[in-house]
Design a binder for this molecule. Structure first.
Ligand SMILES: Cc1cc2nc3c(=O)[nH]c(=O)nc-3n(C[C@H](O)[C@H](O)[C@H](O)COP(=O)(O)OP(=O)(O)OC[C@H]3O[C@@H](n4cnc5c(N)ncnc54)[C@H](O)[C@@H]3O)c2cc1C
Length: 388
C-alpha cells in the first residue's frame, strides 16, 4: 500500500518505520521532524509511575507497550546503529512528607490491583537504593518495570531508518467528497492522498495523521486534542552526584522527576498546564521545578543548567490516545498521547499497522478516535430525555 504519514514526532516515526518494515511504500511529511513534544520528552517508560485511578485502560496499554520496549530498542539500535540509551535500572517513587507518601501508597494500591510489581520502601531503604536522595525524604517505592530511553536518540534512529522517505514539508490530508451523502452526513467520503504546502497532491491509499497537539481540519476528531504545556530542564550535576535511576517524587505536593542520561546529564521535569500559544518556559514553572528537584536531590544545587524548554503535550478528554480509523475512508489517526507518547510509541505502531492493513472503517475499542463522539451523542441524548 502507498501510505502517507503526517508528522514526524516519535508517534508518526514509529508508525512509519513499522509500516515500512511490513513492506509498505511509506512517505512522511513534517516541516521540522522531531521538534515537537518528542524533543522535550524525558523518555520515561513508566506505566506504573504514571498510573492513576480512572485511567486503568491507559495503564494496561502502557504496560503492554513497556513490555515491547526491550526488543524494540534492541531492533532500533541494530537497524540504525544509534544507541537509544535504554536504561533498565527501574524507577523510585518518593514522597517528601507524609501526605506525599500517602499519595504514593494510593498508586501502589492501584498497582497491586493490577498485579504490577513494586516494592514499598522506607526512608533508609530508599537512600540505600539511591544515595543521592535527600535524608528528608519520608518514604516511597521501587518500580522495577519502569525504564527509560532518550527520545531524541530514538527519533534520530527512526529518522535514519526512514532516510529520504521523510519530506521536510507541511501537508494536509486531501479528501474527496461523497457522491451520495446520506441526510445529515457532512463527512467527506474518502482520502485520496496528501496536499503538500506547495500545492502538490501526493496520492496514497491511506493517510495517517500523527501531528501531535495540532490536528489538521480534515480530521473529524480535531477538537478533542488540546495543547498541555510542559516545561523541562536538562542539567549536569558535579561528577558522581547524578542519580543512578529515574526518581519520580512529590515534594510537599509538587510533582517532579529526575531522569539520568548518558554523559552524566539529568533531565528535570515537568510542569503541566493548560495553555495555548507558543510554549515558552516561564520563570514560575522553572522555579517550582528547581525548588522541588534540589530538595529531593541536594547534589543538584551545583548542577550546570544546559537547557530549559517547553513543548505542548497532545491532551485528550480522558488522557488516552486516539488510535485508528477516523470515519473518513482511508484516514487514520495516532494522536493525543499526552504524557506517554514515548512509552506508547511501539504499541501505537502495531495498532495502527493492524488498522491500516485490515482497512476496517471503524473500530470499537478503548482508544478509538470516535469514542468521544459517542459520549457526546450520549450526553445529548441524556439531556434530551431528561428535558422530556
Ligand atoms: C516536558 C515533557 C515531558 C515528557 N516526558 C515524557 C516521558 O517521560 N515519557 C513519555 O512517554 N512521554 C513524555 N512526554 C509526552 C510525549 O513527549 C508526547 O506524548 C509525544 O512526544 C507525542 O508525540 P507525537 O509524535 O504525537 O507529537 P510531537 O512530538 O509533538 O510531533 C508532532 C509532529 O507533527 C509535526 N506537524 C504538525 N503539523 C504538521 C503538518 N500539518 N504536516 C506535517 N507535520 C506536522 C510537528 O512539526 C511535529 O514534529 C513528555 C512531554 C513533554 C512536553
Amino acid at each position: 500500500m502507498r501510505i502517507a504519514v503526517l508528522g514526524a514526532g516519535i508517534v508518526g516515526l514509529a508508525c512509519a518505520a513499522e509500516l515500512l518494515r511490513a513492506g509498505h511504500d511509506v512517505r512522511v511529511f513534517d516541516p521540522a521532524p522531531a521538534s515537537g513534544a518528542t524533543h522535550a520528552a524525558a523518555g520515561m517508560l513508566s506505566p506504573a509511575g504514571e498510573a492513576w485511578h480512572g485511567e486503568e485502560n491507559l495503564l494496561r496499554l502502557g504496560v503492554e507497550s513497556a513490555g515491547l520496549w526491550p526488543e524494540y530498542a534492541a531492533w532500533l539500535e541494530s537497524a540504525s546503529g544509534v544507541d537509544v540509551d535504554h536504561r533498565r535500572a527501574g524507577t523510585l517513587l518518593a514522597g517528601r512528607d507524609h501526605d506525599d507518601v500517602q499519595v504514593v501508597r494510593r498508586t501502589l494500591d492501584l498497582l497491586a490491583a493490577h498485579g504490577i510489581e513494586y516494592e514499598e520502601l522506607r526512608q533508609r531503604d530508599l537512600r540505600e537504593r539511591e544515595p543521592e536522595l535527600s535524608t528528608r525524604v519520608c518514604g516511597g517505592a521501587y518500580l522495577p518495570g519502569d525504564h527509560s530511553v532518550n527520545p531524541r536518540r530514538v527519533s534520530a534512529a527512526l529518522l535514519a531508518l526512514l532516510g529520504d522517505r521523510v519530506e521536510h514539508r507541511n501537508a494536509a490530508p486531501s479528501t474527496t467528497p461523497s457522491p451520495l451523502l446520506a441526510p445529515g452526513e457532512d463527512r467527506p467520503a474518502s482520502v485520496e492522498g496528501v496536499r503538500t504546502e506547495d500545492g502538490r497532491l501526493v496520492r496514497a491509499d491511506a493517510v495517517l495523521v500523527a501531528t501531535g497537539h495540532q490536528l489538521p481540519p480534515q480530521v473529524p476528531q480535531r477538537r478533542h486534542v488540546r495543547p498541555v504545556r510542559g516545561e523541562i530542564l536538562r542539567v549536569r550535576p558535579p561528577s558522581g552526584q547524578a542519580p543512578t535511576q529515574t526518581i519520580r517524587a512529590l515534594v510537599h505536593g509538587e510533582p517532579v522527576y529526575a531522569v539520568p542520561r548518558a554523559g552524566g546529564e539529568v533531565v528535570v521535569g515537568a510542569t503541566q498546564e493548560e495553555h495555548a500559544g507558543d510554549p515558552m518556559p516561564t520563570v514560575g514553572g522553572v522555579a517550582r521545578l528547581l525548588d522541588a528537584a534540589r530538595t529531593l536531590l541536594p547534589g543538584l544545587e551545583r548542577a550546570e543548567i544546559l537547557e530549559v524548554l517547553a513543548r505542548h503535550r497532545p491532551g485528550t478528554p480522558d488522557n488516552g490516545p486516539m488510535l485508528g480509523p477516523t470515519g473518513v475512508h482511508g484516514l487514520y489517526l495516532a494522536a493525543g498521547h499526552h504524557r506517554g507518547g514515548v512509552l506508547l510509541a511501539p504499541v501505537t505502531a502495531r495498532i495502527l499497522r493492524a488498522h491500516i492493513e485490515s482497512g476496517s472503517p471503524d473500530a470499537a475499542n478503548a482508544f478509538s478516535p470516535s469514542r468521544f463522539d459517542t459520549s457526546e451523542r450520549m450526553s445529548r441524548w441524556t439531556s434530551l430525555s431528561t428535558a422530556n
